[in-house]
Design a binder for this molecule. Structure first.
Ligand SMILES: Nc1ncnc2c1ncn2[C@@H]1O[C@H](COP(=O)(O)OP(=O)(O)OP(=O)(O)O)[C@@H](O)[C@H]1O
Ligand SMILES: [Mg+2]
Length: 281
C-alpha cells in the first residue's frame, strides 16, 4: 500500500519467515552455524529453541535455501499428533506414497527411501517445527527413528525447532536418552538495541530502500525497542504500522511521535489509520 510512496520494491516488514530478509545478528549467525554443523556432521538430532517470534523458522528456511541442492528435506509443523500421523506427514513430505499403509509399512517405506538417499549421497533432514507440541511418547518414537543407521552414519538427521517449552521437555529426566544425543541446544535470543537498528535498516535495504526512503530517528528506534523488547515479529508489526502512519501523514521521517501513535493503534485496535488521513497529528 505504501511501497510506492517510499520507493520500495516490496513491503519491508512482512511477518512471513522469508529468509531473504534474514539479518544475521551474531546469534542468528550462530544458529545457522549450529544447524549446518549438526546436519553435515550427521549428529542425528539437533534442537533450536527461542521465544515466539525471534526468527527460528526464518533461520531454518535460510539454512534450507543455502544448502537446498544437497538436501532432501521434509518440513512438518506439529500439533499434538500421535506418532503414526506424524510419520504419515513426514513420508508425504518426502514425496513417498504411503496411503493405506500401517505404521510398520510406513517405516519400511521410509527406511528404503533413506537408504536410497544415502546411496546417492544425499543428506536427508526431517525438520519438525513447533516441536514444543510433541508429546514425550512421540519424541521417544522419533529417537527410535533416528536409530535408522548404516554402520558408519545416521540415515536421517532430525531437527527439532520450538519454543522454550521444548527445552524444558527435553530436560525431563525421562528424556535423558534423547537429550544426550543432542549436541547442545541452540537458543536464539531476542535482539539487542544495537541489533534492532541494524535489523530495521537491513530489512529496509532488502525491500529496496534508496535515497528518499524512510528515515527512522533514534527516538523512533528507542520506542520500537521499548515496545518490542527486541522480538523481530513485534518489531515488524510496529514498523509496518509506523510506515503506514508516515505515508498517510506524508512524511518520510519516522520519529518517536509516529511510533507512539503506531503503538496506540496496535494496543487500541483503533479504526485503520487510512481512515484518518489528513487529520492533525
Ligand atoms: N534475523 C532476522 N532477520 C530478519 N527478519 C527476522 C529475523 N528474525 C526474525 N525475523 C522476522 O520476524 C518474523 C518472525 O520470525 P519467525 O516466524 O521466523 O519466528 P519464530 O521464532 O519461528 O516464531 P514462532 O515461535 O511464532 O514460530 C518474521 O517476519 C521474520 O522474517
Ligand atoms: Mg516459527
Amino acid at each position: 500500500m505504501y511501497e510506492e510512496y517510499y520507493g520500495f520494491k516490496e513491503l519491508p516488514f512482512n511477518v512471513t519467515p522469508d529468509p531473504r530478509f534474514l539479518y544475521r545478528s551474531a546469534s542468528h549467525r550462530d544458529a545457522l552455524a549450529y544447524i549446518t554443523y549438526g546436519i553435515f556432521q550427521k549428529k542425528g538430532f539437533i534442537a533450536v529453541t527461542g521465544e515466539v517470534g525471534v526468527g527460528k523458522t526464518t533461520v531454518v528456511n535460510a539454512f534450507i535455501d543455502l544448502f537446498q541442492p544437497s538436501l532432501e528435506v521434509a518440513f512438518v509443523f506439529t500439533t499434538k499428533f500421535p506418532f503414526d500421523q506424524l510419520l504419515y506427514l513426514v513420508c508425504n513430505d518426502f514425496g513417498l506414497e504411503v496411503d493405506g499403509q500401517n505404521k510398520a509399512q510406513m517405516l519400511l517405506t521410509l527406511n528404503r527411501f533413506l537408504i536410497e538417499q544415502y546411496e546417492n549421497n544425499r543428506n536427508t533432514v526431517l525438520i519438525i517445527d513447533e516441536a514444543q507440541n510433541l508429546s514425550p511418547d512421540v519424541l521417544e518414537e522419533l529417537r527410535m527413528l533416528s536409530n535408522l543407521e548404516t554402520r558408519d552414519r545416521k540415515l536421517i538427521q532430525i531437527m527439532l525447532v520450538g519454543q522454550p517449552e521444548l527445552e524444558t521437555m527435553l530436560n525431563l529426566n525421562e528424556m535423558r536418552q534423547l537429550r544426550q544425543r543432542i549436541p547442545g541446544i541452540c537458543r536464539i535470543p531476542i535482539l539487542s538495541r544495537e541489533d534492532l537498528e541494524k535489523y530495521i535498516e537491513y530489512r529496509l535495504d532488502i525491500a529496496g530502500k534508496h535515497n528518499g526512503g524512510p528515515v527512522f530517528t533514534q527516538d523512533a528506534m528507542d520506542e520500537i525497542f521499548h515496545y518490542s523488547g527486541g522480538t523481530p515479529r513485534l518489531i515488524n508489526v510496529l514498523c509496518d504500522r509506523a510506515l503506514l502512519i508516515g505515508f498517510v501523514s506524508t512524511t518520510r521521517t519516522i520519529d518517536g511521535r509516529i511510533v507512539r501513535e503506531g503503538i496506540r493503534d496496535l494496543e487500541n485496535k483503533e479504526a485503520p489509520v487510512t481512515q484518518r488521513r489528513n487529520r492533525p497529528m
